[in-house]
Ligand binder design. Structure first.
Ligand SMILES: Cc1cc2nc3c(=O)[nH]c(=O)nc-3n(C[C@H](O)[C@H](O)[C@H](O)COP(=O)(O)O)c2cc1C
Length: 514
């Protein structure tokens, strides 16, 4: 900050001097003139029509600019408030852009330079560089807020004109392309932000951020090389099944804009375990990947024994492929399996049988169970009692989609538009939070909880963590708020931790629920 103060005062003196000479019609001495008579001629520059903009001398504009910058820096030093740091960033960007323009005018149009103007440009460039390197968090906050504004007010409405599955496919295709031609270290350094306060090691896996992508968005695992750039701390792929499934009949996706929800009716559309495991085997992941496994969606599976065998097959396929930096999600709660309505892993005996078979695999990677949210508290407790008995299960994810079409958080006129499907987003939030609270109160750290459902902001994520979730996941929030959402959540979580006096996100887990 002291260097910034020094530079902005130097700029202030330089422009004050040029202002004085402008109003007194004095030409400043140009020492380089003797050595570079062709290139350097202060008089030519300072008396050119470009030295005045909209009737105001540039020197006065410079004075005003450095004055504002000095005030911003002093404000940041004295009050330590973020708003002053934003002020410095905006003012220094203006300085850099204007300096580029004025240097262009001097070098290309007037073909002569004025050393006082060049000194001012050098000051602006140096200031810009210092601000760029030192105020990364504030710089990103500003950039993401501008992007969020454009997304939420313009881009989203263009996307929403298209059928949801079409825009989803376009986004996945684009994302995959970006992942194939990774951004250079410099470019990725511009948008990736890591902070030790958000880092956790859970079941031997490192999570740089507690915010991940929930299962269902990247169902064919195309984005494992891309989501790192959006500051995700981890991501789920799938749900993947033993045999491929082309998806339920259309409509498979819909938007409930006022309910801030999506209608989902995919029914485990995916390419199948063999293809996806082969594809993932060759890759290296910068963030942990959760392989979400579910039962093949087929009417040929008629008994619970067949269903368990099918799921175990998928685990075996992924185990053999030896995917690194990964964990498993066992999805027992998809409400869209129209061809397998009679098979359920909810009854305690069935769940116990499934988890006993998973235990027998002696998996080294942790398994998390993706739970339903439409079950009663006592039904969920019965399930948890079985889950905690099984060694391979490290935790639970609360939870999956909302089935109840009459839920008060869904706007009836929006629900009516869809005869099929279940609902994500805000309508899932309340029950997801209740179940996180319930499970944490009973099992504390014996179960790792991943909170999922209706996260649209940092406060939503923080709430779930305070109730007992160690990690959180989202999909719908990103579609409604924009792809910058996870970055914004991370940056705001850092502030929330600081404000509440915590040094690490793990200290917040269950803080409101002890
Ligand atoms: C388009 C879409 C597809 C989904 N597919 C799956 C899936 O295959 N497996 C799964 O466990 N959950 C699936 N879900 C549920 C999400 O993982 C998540 O539990 C739910 O959407 C609540 O989170 P959200 O409000 O942040 O979207 C899907 C959700 C959406 C929106």
């Amino acid at each position: 900050m002291l260097l910034l103060i020094f530079l902005s005062i130097l700029g202030l003196i330089d422009s004050a001097y040029l202002t004085w000479e402008h109003f007194n019609n004095v030409l400043p001495p140009c020492t380089i003139n003797r050595f570079l008579p062709i290139l350097s001629d202060c008089g030519k520059v300072l008396q050119s029509p470009y030295s005045v903009m909209f009737g105001v001398p540039l020197a006065v504009i410079g004075l005003f600019h450095y004055g504002l910058l000095t005030l911003g820096i002093l404000g940041a030093l004295i009050y330590k408030k973020k708003v002053y740091r934003y002020w410095i960033i905006i003012q220094s960007i203006i300085g850099v852009v204007a300096s580029f323009y004025f240097m262009y005018i001097q070098l290309v149009i007037i073909k002569s330079i004025c050393i006082y103007c060049t000194l001012s440009a050098l000051i602006s460039f140096t200031l810009g560089l210092i601000v760029f390197l030192n105020l990364k968090k504030e710089r990103l906050e500003l950039a993401f807020s501008i992007f969020a504004f454009s997304y939420q007010n313009f881009i989203k409405w263009i996307f929403f004109l298209l059928y949801p599955e079409v825009i989803h496919n376009i986004m996945v295709f684009t994302g995959e392309l970006i992942g194939k031609f990774p951004l250079s270290k410099f470019a990725s350094g511009l948008i990736i932000y890591k902070d030790h306060t958000l880092h956790q090691k859970i079941s031997d896996i490192n999570f740089d951020s507690p915010v991940g992508l929930a299962a269902g968005f990247d169902y064919n695992a195309n984005l494992t090389q891309t989501l790192y750039f959006l500051n995700f701390g981890f991501q789920s792929v799938g749900t993947i099944t033993n045999l491929p499934y082309e998806g339920n009949p259309h409509p498979r996706l819909g938007r409930l804009i006022k309910s801030r929800s999506l209608m989902v009716n995919k029914g485990f559309k995916n390419k199948g375990a063999v293809i996806i495991s082969q594809q993932l085997k060759k890759l290296h992941f910068k963030i942990p990947v959760g392989v979400s496994i579910g039962m093949t969606h087929s009417e040929n599976i008629k008994t619970i024994q067949e269903a368990v065998k099918d799921v175990i097959n998928t685990f075996n396929i992924f185990e053999k492929s030896g995917i690194k930096n990964s964990y498993y999600e066992l999805n027992i709660s998809c409400p869209n399996l129209v061809h397998a309505k009679n098979i359920s892993f909810y009854p305690p005996n069935n769940l116990d049988f499934l988890l006993f078979s998973v235990d027998k695999l002696k998996l080294k990677k942790p398994v998390y169970i993706k739970m339903p949210i439409e079950k009663t508290n006592s039904e969920v407790i019965s399930m948890l009692e079985i889950i905690v008995k099984h060694k391979s299960i490290k935790g639970v994810i609360f939870g999956n989609l909302l089935k109840n079409r009459k839920d008060p958080s869904l706007i009836p006129a929006e629900v009516k538009k869809f005869k099929v499907g279940n609902f994500s987003g805000k309508p899932t939030e309340k029950r997801s939070n209740e179940l996180i609270k319930l499970a944490y109160k009973k099992y504390k750290s014996r179960l790792v909880i991943i909170g999922c459902g209706g996260i649209f902001s940092a406060e939503d994520a923080y709430k779930k963590i305070k109730l007992g979730a160690s990690l959180v996941q989202l999909i719908t929030g990103m579609i409604f708020q924009g792809p910058q959402l996870v970055s914004q959540i991370n940056l705001e979580l850092i502030d929330l931790l600081k404000k509440d006096g915590f040094n690490n996100i793990s200290q917040v887990v269950g803080y409101e629920n002890n």
